[in-house]
Design a protein around this ligand. Structure first.
Ligand SMILES: C[S@@+](CC[C@H](N)C(=O)[O-])C[C@H]1O[C@@H](n2cnc3c(N)ncnc32)[C@H](O)[C@@H]1O
Length: 422
């Protein structure tokens, strides 16, 4: 059943649907975690949407709307408590708010109000009766700890800082006559966000965004490296807008040992990427090379995109840009991949473009929609539907040959250059 067919169901019917779904995920009382199948992935998506519908139908428009409007304050509470490192400070013990106030150097009332807001959402445990204000960690608050491998600390930092401050200026950006993003209205810079974040004063933000991306990928797209046949790609593979190469760090840590990658990104980012690989994965350096450039430059030579390679990946880049900019990036990539190829090569083996991006669908999760608002706020980007994405890929002179659905927010779109336009 799709989410739209459930919209007007009675709350009891919604609750019955919900129970069926939960039973499909946990078939016996001994099953403690849902399996990893495609069916379970889809069922979890339905479950999230049904839970929202049940809440709306029980609370009614007024209560639900105010709760939604006020959720920005909960986000701010999560950001404050996480940035102070409260979960790390509490560690395995229990601490009073007075002790936490001393250790964080933050006035008691800030901690009291924000901890209670998070407690309502299931983070932390208050020891003893209501009002003792002695807190211990629990499974939910573990993800706020820096010391946890599955930490979301940087993701929360980015969402609560650049994301939230940016989106709070969406109205101003929408009503302004210039092209500046909501984030640039919030912080007063004029460069594209990536150049702003790569500047020496803001480099800490750029580094946090890099870590945040990794944490969000693991959460929403952990299966991307498992559900797509990366090994079948012809190598070397050029990754356009690769960041520090988080995708390659995962792929080369798995079985994909034969692949060779060239990471391409802004020069400053490539310097950081090289440092990160030397420090963290020195044994993999023979499979990675680094090229700095600008995929939006006016000519293919000026972009410095590696030319004539068999495979080009673009992951989570196109959603940062407007339609015109996306077409320009794709045309530059196409020109680079076909460089040196004459019309007599037409029948020859064609290079492949692999896009790994979120596609907006009727079944898209809340995360896909909130991310889309964030992308719009940060750099006027957008999460596109499949047909919108196809139209841009085609405008840039490619032909879509496959779209792969994964157990992930991302999908993979494969395209080849349309050689009738050589
Ligand atoms: C959202 S990140 C995606 C990083 C990486 N593909 C991933 O999935 O982890 C977008 C990347 O595009 C890069 N970028 C932005 N503008 C660029 C430009 N003009 N030329 C090359 N890279 C650029 C940024 O530096 C950033 O690393």
């Amino acid at each position: 059943m799709t989410s739209s067919t459930n919209q007007h169901l009675h709350p009891v019917a919604l609750a019955e649907n919900l129970l069926q779904l939960v039973k499909s995920l946990y078939p016996s009382s001994e099953t403690s975690i849902a399996d990893d199948s495609k069916e379970s992935y889809i069922a979890k998506g339905h479950l999230q949407s049904l839970t929202g519908q049940l809440l709306r139908s029980v609370l009614g428009p007024a209560d639900y709307t105010v709760a939604l409007a006020e959720s920005c304050h909960e986000s701010a509470a999560l950001q404050l408590i996480t940035s102070l490192g409260v979960a790390d400070i509490i560690g395995d013990g229990a601490l009073s708010l007075h002790e936490l106030s001393q250790k964080t150097n933050v006035e008691h009332k800030y901690l009291s109000v924000t901890m209670r807001s998070l407690l309502w959402h299931g983070y932390f445990e208050e020891q003893g009766e209501f009002g003792t204000e002695v807190y211990a960690n629990n499974a939910m608050s573990e993800v706020l700890k820096t010391s946890n491998d599955a930490t979301l600390k940087d993701a929360i930092g980015m969402i609560g800082d650049e994301g939230f401050k940016g989106s709070s200026y969406l109205t101003e950006a929408a009503q302004s006559t210039d092209e500046r993003s909501a984030l640039s209205h919030a912080f007063g810079f004029t460069d594209p966000v990536f150049k702003w974040m790569a500047s020496p004063e803001q480099a800490w933000r750029g580094q946090r965004v890099g870590k945040a991306m990794q944490q969000l990928h693991t959460m929403a797209n952990g299966n991307v490296t498992r559900d797509y046949a990366w090994d079948t790609l012809e190598t070397p593979v050029v990754d356009i807008g690769a960041g520090i190469g988080s995708l390659e760090m995962i792929l080369l840590g798995q079985e994909h040992r034969g692949l060779q990658f060239t990471l391409f990104d802004l020069r400053q980012t490539m310097e950081n990427a090289e440092k990160a690989w030397k420090a963290r994965y020195p044994s993999k350096l023979k499979q990675i090379s680094f090229v700095g450039g600008d995929f939006l430059a006016e000519s293919v030579e000026e972009t410095n995109i590696p030319q004539g390679q068999p495979t080009y990946i673009i992951r989570h880049v196109l959603h940062d840009w407007t339609d015109e900019q996306v077409v320009k990036i794709l045309r530059n990539v196409r020109a680079a991949m076909l460089s040196g190829r004459s019309s007599s090569d037409k029948a020859g083996h064609l290079p492949k473009l692999v896009l790994c991006e979120m596609l907006l669908r009727a079944s898209s999760s809340r995360f896909v929609h909130t991310t889309s608002v964030q992308l719009l706020s940060l750099n006027n980007g957008i999460t596109r539907t499949e047909s919108h994405m196809r139209s841009l890929v085609e405008r840039a002179g490619f032909r879509v040959v496959a779209v792969h659905e994964l157990r992930a927010a991302d999908a993979i779109v494969e395209a080849i250059p349309d050689i009738t336009e050589l």
